[in-house]
Design a protein. Structure first.
Length: 68
């Protein structure tokens, strides 16, 4: 049986977290890196510049130390 790891983490901004979850479920991907860690990819058409800006802002609000 696999081992379960429970993390006691709450997003600093619940609205932004929910927004990112919606984008992820719409057309997102979480990939694992070889050095341990992960990256989040959200795909959308470049003509949706406001959506791209909102997504970038949401990531920074949820994970401030992230490289967006």
């Amino acid at each position: 049986m696999g081992e379960h790891l429970f993390v006691d983490w709450k997003p600093p901004d619940r609205y932004s977290y929910s927004y990112l979850l919606g984008l992820y479920l719409g057309d997102g991907y979480v990939g694992l890196r070889s050095g341990g860690g992960a990256h989040l990819l959200i795909a959308c058409d470049a003509c949706y510049t406001e959506l791209i800006d909102d997504c970038r802002t949401a990531v920074k609000l949820v994970i401030p130390e992230s490289n967006v």
